[in-house]
Design a protein around this ligand. Structure first.
Ligand SMILES: Nc1ncnc2c1ncn2[C@@H]1O[C@H](COP(=O)(O)OP(=O)(O)OP(=O)(O)O)[C@@H](O)[C@H]1O
Length: 379
């Protein structure tokens, strides 16, 4: 792996409050890296530090072998695309794309033929052929997004920072642009560092996924690894795919307000006990049940099966009673909400390709069953 960007112990505070803290990171060349995290977790700050719009208070940033912290943004050779594309309204599509190449301080392109060739090349790449002379107010949101991308790519950066680039687009266009962004990146062999608040986008786009947790790196791994084995309850929470139950580990059980949840026999249990005890983030404790204990039991939405309340669980299973509240039909899957006897709401995702789920009656009681070894215990 060739490393294109390294951050060593990078920190930044605003008014004494940490925005990012002690970030260590090595990003491979020719890769797509997504950055996921809650609002305020430091995603934009991280990009601004790399771009050069902010300077770190500690640590160093190395890009293509050269230390760049302290270097002005326009001399770093790093491209960026932001959510509000900030195109020049008085210039047409080609004019917007050419602008940066003509006006950059280092190595401006003044030769008309060379300029036209490079602009045409990138217009073809992002699929804007035929729209070169349109004003940017006369094209669609998706096309404007492509102009913003083209304007960056035409300068041939080795690294492009994208801050919620698809945030302004409608759901259909967003899904299409995800695929296009991946293809464009691959064809150029550049590295994309893409910030998003959407777990779906983060999981589908990146070859690797960084989860930021309160200004620190919560996990940096392949999306499938993060999804299957989140490093902490905070990471699991951002994925929006796990039910989290608070309690503590006691021998072969996890003791919660629901009662003891037996754990898988040793060897099967997936435990994240090497992680520090999770802290209770303010304002979210109701998602975790009673706040008495310092451990967390995580069970993925799609690992739970809904059964008749009187059914008997297998020896390797757990079953808890719950009251059905409501369902959301999602096309390929059904998301159902159940209230446990503790009042905590649990989500169950059933893939409809596996057959039609039980037809559920609101306020009726059911059994929620899962394999003991499907749980992840942070304790
Ligand atoms: N210019 C600033 N002045 C003061 N505080 C700031 C500034 N920029 C960011 N912060 C604070 O730093 C922290 C990290 O902010 P940042 O914008 O990086 O988060 P984010 O993950 O990008 O959030 P969002 O998803 O809402 O855009 C937050 O607590 C934020 O309030």
């Amino acid at each position: 792996m060739t490393v294109v960007l390294t951050l060593n112990d990078v920190s930044k505070t605003y008014g004494g409050k940490p925005a990012v803290s002690g970030i260590d990171l090595a990003i491979a060349g020719d890769s797509y890296v997504s950055v996921l995290g809650a609002s305020g977790s430091g995603k934009t700050t991280l990009l601004r530090l790399i771009a050069g719009f902010e300077e770190p208070e500690t640590g160093s940033i190395v890009f293509e072998g050269e230390r760049i912290d302290g270097t002005p943004a326009h001399e770093r050779g790093i491209g960026f695309v932001f959510q509000n594309f900030a195109l020049f309204p008085h210039l047409d599509v080609a004019g917007n794309i050419a602008f940066g190449l003509v006006n950059r301080r280092r190595d401006p392109v003044r030769d008309k033929a060379e300029l036209d060739r490079r602009v045409a090349e990138v217009i073809r790449l992002v699929g804007l052929t035929g729209l070169e002379r349109r004003g940017v107010s006369q094209i669609s949101g998706g096309q404007r997004q492509r102009v913003a991308l083209a304007r960056t790519l035409v300068t041939r950066p080795r690294l492009v920072l994208l801050d919620e680039p698809l945030g302004a687009l409608d759901a259909h266009l967003r899904a299409r642009m995800r695929d296009e962004l991946r293809q464009i990146r691959r064809s150029l062999g550049v590295t994309f560092l893409h910030v998003t608040g959407s777990e779906t986008e983060a999981l589908t786009m990146g070859d690797r996924l960084i989860v930021l947790d309160d200004g620190r790196i919560g996990q940096f791994a392949a999306p499938a690894t993060v999804y299957a084995a989140p490093a902490s309850p905070a990471v699991a929470r951002y994925l929006n795919a796990y039910n989290l139950i608070r309690g503590s580990r006691s021998g072969a059980s996890f003791v919660s307000a629901l009662g003891p949840l037996p754990l898988a026999a040793s060897g099967d249990a997936r435990s994240a006990s090497s992680n520090p005890p999770p802290s209770a983030p303010s304002g979210t404790s109701s998602n975790l049940g009673p706040a008495a204990a310092d451990g967390v039991y995580a069970i993925r939405h799609d690992r739970i099966e809904v059964r008749a309340p009187e059914s008997v669980p297998g020896a390797d299973e757990i079953m808890v009673p719950a009251r059905f509240v409501a369902s959301e039909y999602g096309g390929a899957s059904m998301l159902s909400f159940f209230a446990l006897d503790t009042g905590q709401i649990v989500e169950v995702e059933e893939h409809l390709s596996r057959g039609m789920p039980l037809s559920l009656v609101p306020n009726s009681r059911y059994g929620l069953a899962w394999k003991r070894d499907a749980a992840i215990v942070y304790a």
